[in-house]
Design a protein around this ligand. Structure first.
Ligand SMILES: [Zn+2]
Length: 460
């Protein structure tokens, strides 16, 4: 290995292209995986002074004039070219592998000389494909019964790499290559963090006055446990709260971690998949102010219908803002139903700064191939959306539901542990979603949540 003596700033150059904004964006996300503030600009056929930069990434097919260490990524013209937006621009399976990583575009050829690495694995196209939901845009007829793009039909789901933040792994590989070329890349300053989120879909388990009695009868018919019987009895005689009103327990667990906490509330219930509470009622107002006073953030849980009609979010946001007396910046779609990729532009225009919806309902893991927050880009209009995506890595129901991952408790825990370790390795943000109603539905959910928080505390 060459001695490490060079400066550590990175210059990314690309050959001018009609997809320049897309290439710049993908480079920014990819390089953000291993360094802060790289310089990204077109290559103007000029001689690059090797004293000014530690290392250069050149995204182009021609030769570049410099004596600085260069990693050249040779573009695969399938994505950024005339095929853009068509099925013919999608990766071809089975995918080849480079250093145990799937190669979505290009080949596994890597040529090494003294201060250059020329690779034919197109990390830029692959990054763009993953982080812009490009496949969902192209395969727009592939949707589940709720209009969502199913994880199992996605490339990471089909090819089996949903549990790997491949963009972060590409970034790591490039930083290793730079070190091999003698460039001491300065790592990014971000730190690993945990974000605990809860979607408040329901706060009433007993919906009617006779619901507890029905629950107790179910015990005698053998369809409910003794625990359920006792809880219903306790509620009936006024010594126990409704089982879905478990926010004191949740808050206590969350606050002990000292990490970011967000509770997403539905502000207007439309139709069949609405909430079971009125956001303006005094009990919900009290709950919201309790969460806020204890340091939790209140976010908007966009209604089921908003997944098809983004304009509904304007009114939903206004209602929630009138309740909290402040502005709402954080969003998650009910059912994770951000169905139309391009809706991000409308969201940022009304002041949404952060979204937390990007996990597949049926598969936990790294939907966008990253374990860290990134800016979002619109693959239709080829511009930034103006908002940040925080990767939703684990959702409670995805793990256990028979029609989703169908894991048992120990499988679920070890799967989450693997995702946790990868996120920590890349100093990512481990966003988890636990529904308050899951806690009562199945005791495995409450046990798993506690064990996940314990894992974080023991590793923090
Ligand atoms: Zn929901």
């Amino acid at each position: 290995m060459a001695a490490i003596t060079r400066p550590n700033n990175i210059l990314f150059l690309y050959e001018e292209d009609s997809y320049s904004s897309a290439i710049q964006y993908a480079a920014d996300v990819l390089l953000g995986g291993f360094t802060d503030s790289p310089t990204i600009r077109p290559y103007l056929n000029e001689e690059i002074n090797s004293e000014n930069y530690g290392g250069i990434i050149f995204y182009g097919a021609s030769d570049i004039q410099t004596s600085a260490p260069v990693i050249q990524i040779v573009p695969d013209s399938r994505l950024f070219g005339p095929l853009y937006g068509t099925e013919a621009s999608l990766p071809v399976e089975p995918l080849p592998q480079e250093n145990d990583l799937p190669v979505l575009y290009g080949t596994t050829d890597v040529l090494r000389s003294e201060n250059r690495i020329r690779c034919y694995c197109d990390f830029i196209s692959a990054t763009y494909f993953m982080v812009t939901r490009y496949e969902e845009m192209v395969r727009h007829t592939v949707r589940d019964e709720h209009g969502r793009f199913p994880g199992r039909d996605s490339l990471p789901g089909r090819a089996g790499f949903i549990d790997t933040p491949i963009v972060d792994e590409y970034a790591k590989l490039i930083s290793i290559w730079f070190r091999n070329l003698g460039v001491d890349v300065k790592p990014p300053e971000r730190k690993f963090s945990l974000t605990l989120t809860h979607d408040v879909d329901t706060i009433h388990y007993f919906e009617q006055w006779n619901s507890p009695l029905t629950e107790m009868l179910r015990f005698f018919y053998g369809t409910k446990s003794f625990k359920h019987f006792m809880r219903a009895f306790g509620y009936l005689i006024g010594i126990a709260k409704d089982p879905h009103d478990n926010f004191d327990t949740l808050l206590k667990l969350d606050l002990a971690t000292n990490q970011k906490i967000i509770y997403f509330f539905i502000s207007r219930a439309h139709g069949q998949f609405g909430s079971d509470y009125d956001i303006r009622s005094s009990s919900v107002r009290k709950l919201i102010s309790k969460i806020a006073q204890r340091g939790g953030t209140i976010g908007l849980h966009a209604s089921y219908e908003a997944g098809e009609d983004v304009d509904l979010i304007i009114e939903e946001k206004k209602i929630l803002e009138s309740v909290i007396g402040g502005s709402i910046k954080d969003l998650r779609y009910h059912f994770l139903r951000w169905n139309k990729v391009e809706d991000g532009m409308s969201l940022s225009k009304i002041g949404i700064e952060n979204d937390y919806s990007m996990g597949y309902p049926d598969l936990c893991g790294f939907r966008l191939g990253v374990s860290r927050p990134i800016l979002l880009f619109d693959p239709m209009n080829l511009c930034l959306m103006g908002m940040t995506e925080h990767p939703l890595i684990v959702m409670d129901v995805s793990l256990l539901r028979p029609n989703y991952m169908n894991l048992n408790k120990s499988e679920a825990l070890s799967y989450c542990e693997a995702l946790f370790r990868k996120t920590k390795e890349h100093q990512g943000e481990f966003v988890i979603l636990w529904h308050n109603n899951s806690f009562y539905q199945n005791s495995i959910y409450s046990e798993l949540y506690t064990e996940l928080l314990d894992m974080f505390s023991s590793e923090a």
